[in-house]
Write a protein that binds this ligand. Sequence first.
Ligand SMILES: [Fe+2]
Ligand SMILES: [Fe+2]
Length: 131
Amino acid sequence: MAQILWTESLSVGIREIDEQHKVLIEMINELSTLTSTDEKNSVVPSVISRLVNYTRDHFSFEEGLLGKVSDQHGQRHKGEHAAFISKIEDYMEACGSGYTPYADLVEYLREYWLVQHIEQVDKELGRLLSA
Ligand SMILES: [Fe+2]
Ligand SMILES: [Fe+2]
């Protein structure tokens, strides 16, 4: 699967958030590479838990800024973060039970998390903060 590259088109206009997104993209690329190797079952769970830990910190950082914007945006933004964490936890549980839907997981991370959430929600936060 092709690697994702961070480009200016993914910028939300807030330097710290962009830097954190770059780290997340690297982790998702690493995960994507590992899921097609023979060692996947031994290494993927630890990469996923690192990703989840980093993501929680990243979400806390963004949520710390929500007090400065409308409640409407805040509710939607927090709701998407919570849904994302719960989905990833489902995947982790599935991995623990021996079923390993890695391709689904990588696709979800790339399509939903990277493209959709950054494009629609994180960018809106950036716009609201600079308004
Ligand atoms: Fe976000
Ligand atoms: Fe984000």
